[in-house]
Unconditional design. Structure first.
Length: 187
């Protein structure tokens, strides 16, 4: 699932709510800005939750060097065998750097059969690369709402007509309404 919208549209509030609801069932998850730290965090959370460390993870540790994303994907695959399902919430994908690697990982975790037990909820602003990556592989929900736009327009309309200081601009009220409603962009 991918939820997109403008800054302030409520993506983080919605993601926070989902995380709080998931906390009732299991340890929460969220995103990081790089794939290796992200996968390490997810694996660490899962291992703590199920109180088990895969032998492959111990071998990676004993090797004494930084694991690759592929190494950690393999450990995650093995760890998933101990779970019925795994829910991951990744907030602000658009703020991750480098974003391409994280998007590639999300795609892999969504379409690769090894990770079929994983369910991901990701939030971001609506950027072309994210839409190209996630739009085809997930259900999308926009936080933009025409009802909000109509409410903004009604509010601006009422304020313009009730303000004594703005009466002198009465011949431009329609133009002002149009501009303010368009610039608000649902916020």
């Amino acid at each position: 699932m991918w939820i997109y919208g403008l800054p302030g549209a409520g993506k983080t509030v919605l993601a926070s709510y989902v995380i709080k609801e998931l906390e009732k069932l299991c340890e929460p998850a969220n995103g990081s800005d790089e794939t290796v730290p992200f996968l390490s965090w997810v694996i660490g959370q899962v291992c703590r939750q199920i109180n088990w460390i895969p032998p492959e993870l111990k071998r990676l540790h004993d090797r004494g060097c930084e694991p690759t994303s592929a190494d950690l994907e393999q450990v995650l695959e093995i760890t998933l065998q101990k779970l019925d399902s795994l829910y991951i919430v990744i907030d602000a994908v658009d703020e991750s750097t480098p974003r391409e690697e994280l998007l590639s990982l999300i795609e892999t975790m969504t379409v690769d059969e090894r990770f079929e037990k994983i369910r991901i909820l990701a939030t971001s602003r609506q950027y072309f690369d994210i839409e190209q990556s996630l739009g085809e592989i997930s259900e999308t929900i926009s936080m933009s709402n025409t009802m909000v736009d109509a409410d903004i327009r009604r509010f601006v309309h009422a304020r313009l007509r009730s303000s004594h200081r703005l009466k002198r601009w009465h011949d431009r009220f329609d133009e002002i309404e149009d501009i303010l409603a368009a610039m608000a962009q649902g916020m």
